[in-house]
Design a protein around this ligand. Structure first.
Ligand SMILES: *Cc1c(COP(=O)(O)O)cnc(C)c1O
Length: 395
């Protein structure tokens, strides 16, 4: 075999990380085992001393989970990775493993709802302070830094309004102050954007979204260099146990084979739908990083190779019109999940961001009229037709 380091991305996503059993199976094997057998007591001792490579217990590591991690490492280009049971387990472990009482986080305010809960509400319970800033305002990141700042955290594009954060500018401020930049890269997917190329130290994913891509399994993954993954994170995960099931790892591993094909098809459909919505008389405003009406289109184009599959928009009117539009859709399904083969539509103000105070919703411009769509893999003619007929009921 050629050195996998020379393989291009699509090839690596099909082959990397596979470690065949003596049966020589073509597909990745699924190792549904919690424990492992040692040949001798001496071997068990050596394994616990980390003098012998090999698995000990599936909370610490599992061959199918490791294959998924290795395939993700090949995709992201980091030194190491660890998979977790969910995306939120990935975010929580990333914070808890490297922070302690007295430390400080600076985070963008436009975050996935549960991510915002972790930094704004959970971490302060353990003495870790947090300052939320407008992620687009570089001066605000600078002004928020304290001597005890250890972590910067952001997602770009953000949920739900697809704000873009200049990762390199934020990474530079973090590094000047001895802090690490953590990027939640779910919306962009590892195919469209590589945060480590823009200075990110740690990248986290909810693999539940585009990586699985068919809405079947929960999962998460954390990628970074050895000084974090091996020295700080690995023992935290081993002791606290938010492990990915080998079955879910197997599903994710299989799904990575088609990730570039699916993401491209998602983007084709999304560009078509965004262009349709942008010119519709019953739409007030469209937010899509792949459309030149996006206020940060240039920055988006610098960081992402395409715009992704999420669109937000304000219908003309208020919550009543948004609900009417959503209820009239025949093909698009009402669901708060995203990154699925099926097109999913949600009303952020009353679902994903329902828990935010009204003032926080106002600050983020999450209005009663705001709708978020995750465009799927259906035929774009059918999608445009569905949006068109639902919009015709407004105004
Ligand atoms: C879904 C999501 C998460 C959480 O992932 P789960 O797998 O649901 O725990 C975190 N961040 C973003 C941006 C997400 O979309």
């Amino acid at each position: 075999m050629t050195d996998s380091k020379e393989w291009k991305q699509k090839t690596r996503l099909v082959h990397e990380g596979q470690n065949r059993s003596p049966y020589g199976e073509t597909a990745e094997a699924m190792y549904l085992t919690s424990g492992y057998v040692y040949e001798t007591a001496e071997q068990a001792e050596a394994r616990f001393r980390e003098e012998d490579d090999g698995f000990i217990y599936s909370r610490f590591g599992n061959p199918t989970v490791r294959a998924f991690e290795e395939r993700m490492i090949g995709l992201e280009g980091t030194q190491d990775a660890r998979a977790t049971a969910t995306g939120m387990a990935a975010v929580t472990a990333t914070m808890m493993s490297q922070l302690q009482a007295g430390d400080h986080i600076v985070a963008a305010q436009a975050l996935f709802g549960s991510c915002r809960f972790v930094v704004e509400t959970l971490m302060p319970k353990f003495g870790v302070a947090c300052t939320l800033v407008d992620g687009r305002d570089i001066e605000a990141w600078k002004a928020a830094v304290r001597p005890e700042t250890k972590v910067f955290f952001l997602e770009t594009p953000s949920n739900p309004l697809l704000e873009i954060v200049d990762m390199q500018a934020v990474a530079d401020i973090a590094h000047e102050n001895g802090a690490r930049l953590v990027v939640d890269n779910v919306f962009a997917t590892p195919i469209l954007q590589r945060p480590t190329d823009f200075g990110a130290d740690i990248v986290v994913y909810s693999a539940t979204k585009h990586i699985d891509g068919q809405g079947r399994c929960l999962g998460g993954v954390i990628l970074g260099q050895n000084d974090f993954i091996q020295d700080e994170l690995a023992n935290f995960l081993r002791q606290t146990g938010p492990s990915l099931s080998p079955f879910n790892a197997w599903v994710m591993l299989k799904a990575l084979e088609t990730l570039p094909l699916r993401v491209d098809a998602h983007c084709d459909n999304t560009e078509t739908v965004a262009a349709f919505l942008a010119q519709h008389k019953n739409i007030e405003r469209v937010y899509y990083p792949g459309h030149d009406s996006h206020p940060q289109y240039e920055l988006a184009s610098k960081q992402m190779s395409r715009g992704g599959n999420l669109i937000a928009f304000d219908v003309k009117g208020d919550k009543a019109e948004a609900f009417k539009f959503i209820n009239q859709l025949e093909l698009a399904l009402i669901s708060n999940n995203l990154g699925d083969a099926k097109t999913l539509v949600t009303h952020p103000a009353t679902t994903t961001h329902f828990k935010l105070e009204q003032s926080a919703k106002d600050q983020l411009r999450i209005l009663g009229s705001t709708v978020r769509v995750s465009i799927g893999l259906e035929d774009s003619d059918d999608l445009v037709h569905d949006f068109d007929q639902a919009l015709a009921h407004l105004g």
